[in-house]
Design a protein around this ligand. Structure first.
Ligand SMILES: [Zn+2]
Ligand SMILES: [Zn+2]
Length: 347
């Protein structure tokens, strides 16, 4: 794998001869310490414990036929009793959708407190309890992505919302409280710090080089696989072991501009990555996050805002050093993770 950004002696050497290295990613704007001495070989990396020692229940309120036990429904696809995907309110929302009238005060740089207005929705990805997202075919995963798009388009009608975060917690240690396959959409009145930091990083890169650093993904990161419209990579300064980004090949600022054809294409590549991670890493809990741009992005910001989807298998915890410094220690070089994931055979 050719990469202009790492010393050539990292190419095919054994882990034992590596020394620690700090890398800064121009997208996350964050330093990561690569510390091979703390790791086993990349191929030995596995999720340690069985995900849930208690057997999964065979049904739950997210299952088809138990809709009356859930928080209110927002919409379903298709709109009939035999739904495939449902969007509902979160029963325990982090933000309240009922505070919009009190949320009109402007947010300034010195604001220290604002009303907790926002949306916190749940996307039930399948009517059947035992089906996981990676079991669904690419068209069906594309439908889940188009469901995110539809709900985001609805939320953008609310003027006080500035950022919409789509995320999935799969497995109890990744934060999922329900084992039935689902993801979540959180709409916030403020722009979160990782988004601001990312915009600072991609802006600096654009001002220095005149290029969007995510359009350059194939030359700046370590390619795993690609589809017609997307490429999956291990990022140059991956924060976490076996972290994967799926990036649109064409410049696109907002996830919700995804069209139907690209949704199916992305569904296929997302399925492939989830299957490879599950097979290689012993079915670990994982999170994925869709990193899109703030809703009110300006004309001048458009050239360096480019959305992507980040998958993080939960293989190592976050400790005091990470919380204290904001720097992360990653024991697996991403060029090794990319090679391992490229070579996973699913047959
Ligand atoms: Zn269920
Ligand atoms: Zn771009």
């Amino acid at each position: 794998m050719a990469s202009p950004n790492h010393p050539p002696d990292h190419g095919g050497d054994s882990v034992e001869t590596r020394s620690s290295e700090l890398r800064k990613d121009s997208v996350t704007n964050r330093w990561v310490i690569f510390s091979p001495a703390r790791a086993k070989r990349p191929t030995d990396f596995k999720s340690k414990s069985p995900e849930n020692p208690n057997p999964k229940p065979s049904s739950c309120p997210f299952c088809i036929g138990r809709e009356h036990e859930c928080a209110p429904e927002i919409f379903r696809m298709p709109d009939d009793p035999n739904w495939k995907i449902r969007v509902i309110e979160n029963l325990y929302p982090a933000l309240s959708r009922n505070l919009e009238n009190q949320s009109k005060q402007p947010v300034t740089n010195t604001s220290r407190s604002i009303v907790g207005f926002g949306f916190h929705d749940v996307v039930i990805e399948s009517p059947v309890h035992s089906i996981e997202l990676s079991d669904i075919d690419p068209v069906g995963i594309g439908d889940v992505l188009l469901t995110y798009r539809k709900r985001i388009e609805q939320i953008t009608q609310h003027d006080s919302i500035n950022y919409i975060q789509v995320f999935k917690n799969q497995g109890a240690s990744a934060g999922a409280s329900m084992s039935h396959s689902h993801s979540q959409i959180m709409a916030l009145p403020v722009i979160p710090p990782t988004v601001s930091s990312r915009l600072d990083g991609t802006k600096d890169h654009y001002e220095e080089t005149g290029k969007c650093c995510l359009c350059e993904a194939k030359s700046k990161h370590f390619v795993i696989d690609e589809s017609s419209h997307f490429v999956s990579v291990a990022p140059f300064a991956a924060t976490f072991p076996f972290e994967v980004w799926i990036i649109p090949k064409d410049h696109s600022s907002h996830f919700h501009h995804l069209d139907d054809v690209k949704a199916i294409d992305l569904g296929g590549l997302l399925k492939l990555m989830l299957q490879k991670i599950a097979k290689q890493l012993n079915d670990p809990p994982y999170n994925y996050m869709i990193h899109t741009s703030p809703l009110k992005v300006t004309e001048t910001q458009l050239p360096y805002t480019h959305w992507f989807l980040q998958i993080v298998p939960q293989l190592s915890g976050v400790g005091g050093f990470e919380i204290g410094s904001g720097c992360y220690i990653n024991p697996v070089f991403p060029e090794d993770a990319a090679q391992v994931l490229r070579e996973v055979s699913l047959t």
